[in-house]
Ligand binder design. Structure first.
Ligand SMILES: [Zn+2]
Ligand SMILES: [Zn+2]
Length: 829
């Protein structure tokens, strides 16, 4: 029996703390349980991370309480989260906090409410004995008839026995503990039920009882008859609300029945779930040779109980999902569980449907648009082992599955696996490989356009490469045609943003009632409203970007901070009325198409049309069922959609991403165009066609897309990365400084830089301003580190050097006026 525990507070603090274990808590203290700990003058929640016999701290306080009688996480999971914290230089508590569903990280959500009226007197009596703390507790509760929060009580009383005392008083009926709103939603939800009493199930007793009730209270007799009927049907009870609704009996009447022993009131837990409707039956599916090879390779790794990473490189429409499904069947048969990570849940209804068709209620979806209650229930269903197939976006990486057998990362190249807006800034794809290795599981990274990093790992032998070079069901890859928009414009063969060639293709499809997808990766109407005389374009006053014109509200809007102003009629800088709109967003393309084809029904899908819950699904259903002829949208339309009726894909402008100041700009363009092209002609019956409009027809990325040449593109791009020392050859670390005072922010960036001791394996660049130098009223400066992956394997050396520098900087110069954000392996540099 060890004396002390190490606890990680669920706070952004880079430290664990030691506590002693009170005797009464000793049996329930486990690694991976939540504990309440005294921390400064507060009581906060932490996670037990380990036991120890020696403590370094001088004054050791005892643990206050344990919130989970059984640990919620395993030792392996704790180790994994610690790795995440170390790698991304994030506090461990922050990682653990991110892994918990909302509402479980704090315990502020309880009210203590007095029930009896003489509580104050009882407090006085108690005060005469020696139970001072208990007396004070009752006094405080008595003072607050509508309830006092448990948190306040803890802080005021500093009383270790508070939980026991409250529990006792609650049992005595003096007070009650009431969950407040947020916590309420994250608690199990119960409904009240009623069933007929066992002793009435004998015919004679029932007849006697009914006769007696009919005389005195016919309503009650009706209820009893209903309960008896229901018992005959399925031996179960009925919800109290349903009984009241069906019989018109009052709640008091039901209580009366229970009091007299005719019926029994009880509660059952309701599982709130994200799903509505029943799963479809799985289609019969003929697997091809390549799929079988992939399935066998992954399945044997799972059966061998070994860590094994795979890259599943399959062209669009090659049946990757079915490979996942077949392997999952085998994983489940071994009583192990599976996590599938997808870029965004809203955009993957088809994958979820197929999983549900095969695995029914085993499937749990973790979704950011779920209510707190739905999330909590789903999390618990996974944690308790009821659901062993988890699907979710990046945070599902932390799903508390038992006995992990496999992690699938579908569309592994997507940048949304990286968390960029808040710490921990982890990449779920990279972390999935680590989690799988720590839990001896298989990990499958699937994509038609693998990231350069993953493909490099596969060619270097770190991952096993599995290839699906052909589409299933003998469907052919689509033909891709490039339209040079500069040429077309010269020849006057453009109708605004639509070339005559694309227009003619659309017309043919509309006549044949076939589906059309159009991509314009820019929302709004026009990205720039520019003065033809002086060249000025209205910029956001809070960010250094131009404002985008939105026609619906005749507004100029900032896509970074949301700031909007009415559209201008005269130039804000020279007053000229010669202002024009340049460029095209989805709204303008919609207008162009509507002008050309007034009868066509267009479904537009972009950030502006999908803000409400269920919007994606509505739009996709409308298009899938043929109620809309054309699906037009931003990159959302490129992702994982499988509609057999689509035979034409049009890219309005392939140039939108090509010139972004990002070393991955080419890679992103190649991926987006290949993915959107892949939506065309997914059946053998109809070969698809893709029209790509661009003013850069000779760009390597675009040429590779046309030739379906991933490997050619990869070789070319890899060479460029090597020359410029970018990933996969280096590890990038970005340190961003933000604040209201430009000069001051720059100074601080320089101060930190001076503390970074060169390790010989890293280039330290900057400070420099990023392309968008001001965002939401804050100026930004950056330091960029390129760390040699060959020489500093796990990046240990640079992280150590950086941590030292950060500590030094923090002790000497840290100020609220400058925020410092460290991003390891950032997206978009
Ligand atoms: Zn002007
Ligand atoms: Zn802005």
């Amino acid at each position: 029996m060890q004396k002390f525990v190490q606890v990680v507070p669920l706070q952004p603090i880079r430290q664990t703390f030691t506590y002693s274990i009170p005797d009464d808590l000793a049996p329930v203290v486990h690694i991976g349980s939540r504990a309440l700990i005294p921390f400064g003058r507060k009581i906060i929640t932490g996670i037990i991370a380990g036991f120890t016999d020696n403590a370094v701290e001088k004054k050791i306080k005892p643990l206050w309480d344990i919130l989970d009688p059984e640990p919620i996480w395993t030792k392996e999971f704790m180790d994994f989260t610690e790795w995440v914290a170390n790698y991304y230089l994030a506090p461990w508590g922050e990682v653990l906090h991110a892994a918990l569903p909302q509402g479980m990280a704090g315990e502020s959500g309880f009210l203590v409410v007095p029930i009896v009226e003489d509580l104050a007197e009882r407090a006085k009596l108690l005060a005469k004995t020696r139970a001072i703390k208990r007396a004070e507790l009752l006094r405080l509760v008595a003072l607050n008839p509508s309830g006092i929060s448990l948190k306040t009580l803890r802080n005021k009383l500093q009383f270790g026995g508070i939980n026991t005392a409250i529990k006792e008083y609650e049992d005595q009926g003096l007070l009650m503990l009431q969950a407040t709103d947020a916590e309420q939603k994250a608690k199990p939800k119960f409904i009240r039920m009623m069933r007929i009493a066992e002793n009435l199930l004998n015919d004679d007793d029932l007849r006697e009882g009914m006769a007696e009730l009919e005389k005195r209270s016919p309503k009650k007799a009706t209820v009893l008859a209903l309960l008896y009927d229901n018992h005959l049907k399925d031996k179960g009870g009925l919800a109290v609300s349903a009984i009241i609704q069906r019989t018109g009996a009052s709640a008091a009447a039901l209580n009366g029945l229970a009091d007299k022993g005719y019926a029994v009131l009880y509660k059952i837990e309701i599982k709130r779930s994200f799903f509505t409707g029943i799963p479809k039956t799985p289609p019969i599916y003929q697997l091809n040779e390549r799929q079988l090879t992939a399935i066998n390779a992954i399945a044997s790794a799972v059966l061998a109980n070994n860590f094994h990473p795979f890259l599943l490189h399959g062209v669009t429409g090659s049946g990757k999902t079915q490979v996942y499904i077949e392997v999952i069947k085998k994983v489940l048969a071994k009583k192990r569980s599976v996590i599938t990570l997808v870029p965004e849940i809203s955009l993957t209804p088809q994958l979820i449907d197929r999983y549900r068709a095969h695995f029914g209620d085993e499937v749990a979806v973790l979704h950011s648009r779920m209510s707190i209650g739905e999330r909590y229930d789903t999390w618990r269903a996974v944690q308790s082992g009821k659901c062993n197939v988890v699907i979710g976006a990046r945070s599902a990486l932390f799903a508390p599955v038992k006995n992990l057998g496999m992690i699938v990362v579908d569309e592994e190249h997507e940048s949304s696996f990286k968390q960029t807006d808040a710490a921990p800034r982890y990449n779920a794809r990279d972390c999935a490989v680590v989690r799988a290795s720590m839990e001896r599981a298989a990990v499958v990274l699937g994509s038609a356009t693998p990231s350069l990093e993953s493909f490099y790992n596969a060619t270097a032998g770190k991952y096993t490469m599995l290839e699906l070079p052909e589409r299933v069901d003998n469907a052919l890859m689509p033909d891709i045609v490039v339209v040079d928009t500069r040429e077309a414009r010269k020849k006057k063969e453009m109708h605004n943003n639509i070339s005559f060639f694309l227009r003619d293709q659309i017309r043919v499809r509309l006549q044949k009632k076939e589906g059309i997808i159009l991509l314009q990766n820019r929302r709004g109407f026009a990205p720039i409203q520019q003065c033809l005389d002086c060249g000025a374009a209205p910029e956001c006053p809070h960010c250094s970007v131009t404002l985008t014109f939105h026609k619906v509200k005749n507004q100029l809007r900032c896509h970074y901070c949301g700031h909007s102003i009415p559209a201008v009629t005269a130039c804000m800088s020279c007053g000229s009325t010669n202002v024009k709109l340049f460029g095209a967003g989805t709204q303008r393309v919609e207008e162009d198409i509507a002008a050309l084809f007034p009868d066509a029904k267009i479904a537009r899908m972009d950030l502006d049309t999908t803000s409400h819950k269920g919007a994606h699904k509505e739009i996709l259903d409308t298009f899938g069922s043929g109620d809309a002829d054309i699906l037009l949208g931003t990159q959302m339309v490129a992702k994982g959609l499988d509609f057999p009726r689509v035979t034409l894909v049009g890219v309005i402008s392939a140039d939108t991403q090509l010139h972004l100041p990002d070393f991955r700009a080419s890679e992103r363009t190649f991926q987006l165009l290949t993915q959107v092209s892949g939506r065309a002609g997914r059946t053998a019956a109809q070969k698809g066609e893709v029209v790509i409009q661009t003013s850069n027809p000779n760009d390597e990325a675009i040429k590779s897309v046309v030739q379906h040449d991933y490997k050619g593109f990869y070789a070319d791009e890899l060479q460029k990365r090597k020359e410029l020392f970018y990933p996969p050859f280096s590890r990038i670390i970005l340190i961003e400084f933000k604040g209201k005072d430009d000069k001051f922010v720059q100074q601080h960036a320089n101060m930190l830089k001076r503390f970074i001791t060169p390790d010989g394996y890293s280039e330290i660049l900057g400070p420099h301003q990023p392309p968008i130098s001001k965002l939401r009223d804050e100026y930004r400066w950056r330091i960029l580190i390129k760390n040699d992956k060959e020489k500093d394997g796990g990046g240990t050396k640079i992280r150590r050097a950086l941590q030292r520098a950060l500590d030094e900087y923090t002790t000497r110069y840290a100020t609220r006026a400058v925020r410092v954000i460290v991003d390891i392996d950032p997206q978009g540099v």
